[in-house]
Ligand binder design. Structure first.
Ligand code: NAD
Length: 352
């Protein structure tokens, strides 16, 4: 019988990619999503198209229309499926949106994660539990690193950060946003179920996760939204730091590949900074140049001097721990290719 996998947030960018990836490996795929993204972000955040894509593409795909805040429902579902692997990507994912919906944010990100962890402890404690965390658990502490200003980007002016931000970086005593706080709570819970109960859990502290299947909106989905603005000739708003703030971009398939490697040889309560690393980083104005080169359209944008609260000036992940623990894994999608896939995807989705 095929092994089963439960993927929460299956209609979303990462969840849908993970569903497809594990289905190709022969898993029986169970997706859990209630299209909450459309509630968080309005119609532009609707994920039903992605859900239909999974139904069409994956033989025997089972969709579970469930809210992870529904504790009784989550316990019953995990008991029924007893998944061999759990990938948890359902979340309120926006830094900026959280302040307007603090209860929904915390109930989803922190309490929803606890519901899943406890359900797994009761019904499938041996199964690897892979949690999508975020680099926002570090709050704005990365901004305290000395920086130098280059022509098109900020860069670390500290030789210790030559490879980027490691997992040992402090998550304490910095400004996180309510989103960063709710995600830090879930990150600690996932570590604790690994350390205290010995369960095979890990937190993947993502940088900018991206790919052709993101329903990018202004408040979440940096490259996807930027490309959409370019193709629609819409203003992109740049908030502060001269547009030179550097983001760390990783293709969703490289994320799924790492999850698979972890599931094959899991460890307890681990933490990894999962990003594209320095080679796949770009500033916003560098991203404009890359998209313009692909579409031939000049990016129109408005500059707002005030930066987003807690936004990182420069962040890219130190990938050395991931590569040391899982030497088979590496980045397979260079940034340029990822851009090109996103452009092609929006060409198909936007009315011509
Ligand atoms: N995309 C990024 O750049 C990025 C960066 C760092 C971390 N992450 C983390 O990765 C994970 C996935 O991000 P994504 O970009 O795929 O987000 P996404 O918004 O595309 O997907 C999340 C999915 O979860 C669903 N969901 C939300 N609340 C739910 C609930 N209460 N019950 C059931 N389903 C619910 C949404 O409908 C959506 O389909 C999140 O935990 C996010 O914090 C993402």
């Amino acid at each position: 019988m095929a092994k089963s996998i439960l993927i929460t947030g299956s209609n979303g960018l990462i969840g849908s990619e993970v569903c497809l990836y594990f289905s190709r490996l022969g898993f029986q795929v169970h997706g859990l999503d209630n299209n909450q993204r459309a509630v968080f972000f309005g119609p532009a955040g609707d994920t039903r198209l992605n859900q239909q894509r999974l139904v069409d593409a994956i033989p025997g795909y089972q969709h579970h229309e469930l809210d992870i805040r529904n504790r009784v429902g989550v316990l019953a579902l995990v008991k029924e499926i007893s998944p061999a692997v759990i990938v948890h990507t359902a979340a309120q994912p926006s830094h900026d949106r959280a302040a307007a919906i603090p209860f929904d944010d915390f109930d989803t990100n922190a309490v929803g994660t606890l519901n899943l962890l406890e359900a797994c402890r009761q019904h499938s404690p041996e199964s690897p539990f892979i949690h999508m965390s975020t680099n926002k658990v570090y709050g704005d502490a990365p901004n305290r690193i000395p920086m130098m200003e280059l022509d098109t980007r900020w860069e670390y002016a500290d030789e210790h950060r030559e490879h980027g931000i490691p997992e040992s970086f402090s998550i304490d005593q910095s400004l996180h946003s309510l989103f960063g706080a709710s995600k830090a709570a879930s990150d600690i819970l996932v570590q604790e179920y690994g350390r205290y109960f010995g369960m095979p859990t890990c937190c993947l502290r993502g940088g900018c996760l991206t790919g052709p299947n993101h329903s990018g909106v202004e408040l979440h989905g940096f490259l996807s939204y930027l490309v959409k603005c370019n193709l629609e000739g819409r203003h992109y708003s740049v908030y502060g730091y001269k547009g030179k703030q550097v983001r760390d971009n990783i293709h969703s398939e490289d994320v799924a590949r790492f999850m698979h490697d972890f599931s094959l040889s899991p460890r307890c309560g681990e933490v990894y900074n999962l990003g594209g690393g320095k080679d796949n980083s770009c500033s916003i104005i560098e991203a404009f140049e890359m998209v313009e080169a692909l579409t031939g359209r000049k990016q129109v944008y408005a500059y707002i001097a005030k930066n987003r609260i807690g936004d990182h000036i420069c962040y890219y992940s130190d990938l050395r721990k991931m590569k040391a623990h899982y030497p088979r894994w590496d980045i397979t999608r260079p940034l340029k290719q990822t851009f090109s896939e996103i452009v092609q995807a929006w060409h198909k989705r936007l009315p011509s």
